[in-house]
Design a protein around this ligand. Structure first.
Ligand code: GLN
Length: 449
């Protein structure tokens, strides 16, 4: 199979943690028979990969962490169940930042993933393996997770389409939790029609996730024509920001002017809360992570440190050894912001800021259909460039987290390359549950660039 040879040829990129070669070949044969009999599903033969945070029954699952060493998923994530029911082929499990925490895929217990466009550079994160797999033809599409940009930013760094749906559009059943009120399963693909079809299959109500939306799932893949001229907004500060690379700025400005030339209405809008989005995101996600990751205690899952003295020392040595630096930093930060003396000063305040950000974002979408902005402030940076300074790394998410804080859908599409030949991403956000129009607009933009 073509994909298997691409996996072998690119093993130096460190993309797959496991490849299900025999199983994939056998399934391909079964699906061939179905196709011959005309009984195949909507994704017949589509080869997909799964980020190592999405449960695939009886297969390894580690969230890129030592703490889940040897763990095997006991059930399928709902999204995976639906892919399989439509005859997709799952080819393997993909490397990622530990528990989805990172923007460069350098926080994996399995070592970094390298960008296929330039192996001295990062692929973005945390779904870095999922992006490089699609970039280098190891699979047609991947399921990743996006808590603050983890599908869109690697898609941008690798020249792909990355879709983060509305919060609650896709069931989180079987997705390893990082920050539950932000987490979404997302899609990395080569084209908007592929992403639309996959979303159509995996979205929708699910008895296993009480937070998932009950609203019907449109046939996204058949609604890719832009019906009327949309009203488009942009926030000038996002484009003027000193931290934004000049080439990305020019790319976004060029897109805005060509939309205007084509007769679209594109307006500058005010959004006074930009500086507060990233701090609110990091306070709330670390708080949620410290609670979600409390379950990895050496008793219930995966790795346990031995020999153990008291129960407490076993917990301590297990967690100290098996969690990586970044995960430990976030557990400590999260525990701090939730501690009795600081709860109101940090956690409660960040919740209030989140509410304001949601309201101000809603105000934009009361008047506009789409918000255009960069996906990330730079193109793919070099391995090791930001590892010494976590704050610099956090800034890689400056443009992507708004969608997660507000719970709205967002997509990153390829928008050319910089002078080093590195892909540039353009991001579009839309109102809650407006994926159909978002995909149609993204499709239009990709064809008109
Ligand atoms: N890079 C962001 C973080 O580290 C986003 C991660 C994600 O979306 N999973 O939190």
């Amino acid at each position: 199979m073509y994909y298997l040879s691409a996996i072998k040829a690119n093993s130096h990129l460190n993309v797959f943690l496991e490849v299900y070669e025999a199983e994939a070949l056998q399934r391909a044969q079964e699906i061939d028979r179905k196709i011959a009999g005309g009984t195949q599903g909507r994704l017949a033969g589509m080869v997909v990969g799964l980020k190592d945070v999405i449960s695939h029954q009886d297969h390894g699952l580690q969230a890129g962490s030592r703490i889940l060493e040897g763990f095997r998923a006991q059930f399928n994530a709902t999204a995976v169940e639906r892919l399989l029911a439509e005859d997709a082929i799952v080819i393997g499990r993909q490397n990622c930042d530990e528990f989805g925490m990172g923007s460069s895929n350098e926080n994996s217990a399995f070592g970094p993933v390298r960008n296929g466009a330039d192996p001295s550079r990062v692929p973005g994160g945390s779904s870095g393996g999922s992006a490089v797999a699609v970039q280098t033809g190891m699979c047609l599409a991947s399921l990743g997770s996006d808590t603050g940009g983890s599908v869109r930013q690697p898609a941008a760094f690798c020249g792909l389409v990355g879709l983060k749906p509305t919060y609650s559009r896709v069931s989180r059943w079987g997705l390893i939790a990082y920050a539950s009120s932000f987490d979404t399963i997302g899609i990395i693909a080569r084209s908007v029609p592929d992403a639309a079809l996959l979303l159509e299959v995996i979205a929708g109500k699910d008895d296993y996730d009480s937070t998932v939306s009950q609203s019907p799932v449109p046939a996204y893949s058949r609604q890719l024509r832009l019906d009327e001229k949309p009203r488009i907004a942009y926030i000038p500060e996002t484009i003027q920001s000193a931290g934004l690379s000049e080439e990305i700025r020019q790319t976004i400005l060029r897109n805005i002017s060509s939309l205007k030339e084509d007769g679209h209405r594109v307006d500058a809008v005010v959004f006074p809360l930009l500086d507060f989005i990233l701090p609110a995101y990091y306070i709330l996600t670390t708080a949620e992570a410290s609670s979600n990751l409390a379950r990895y205690d050496g008793v219930r899952y995966g790795y346990r440190s031995t020999p153990a003295g008291s129960l407490e020392s076993m917990y301590k040595s297990t967690r100290s050894y098996a969690f990586g630096e970044e995960v430990k930093r976030r557990i400590m930060l999260g525990t701090f912001v939730l501690s009795a003396d600081y709860y109101d000063a940090y956690y409660t305040k960040a919740q209030k800021v989140r509410r304001l950000i949601k309201e101000k974002t809603d105000n934009i979408f009361a008047q506009y259909d789409f918000l255009i902005l960069p996906t990330a402030p730079t193109t793919a940076f070099r391995l090791g460039e930001h590892t010494e300074d976590p704050l610099k790394m956090y800034l890689a998410d400056i443009y992507s987290v708004q969608a997660n804080v507000a719970g709205i859908p967002a997509i990153s599409i390829p928008a050319g390359k910089d002078q080093n030949g590195l892909p540039i991403g353009l991001q579009i956000m839309a109102n809650r549950f407006e994926e159909a129009r978002l995909l149609a607009f993204a499709h239009y933009l990709m064809q008109h660039q």
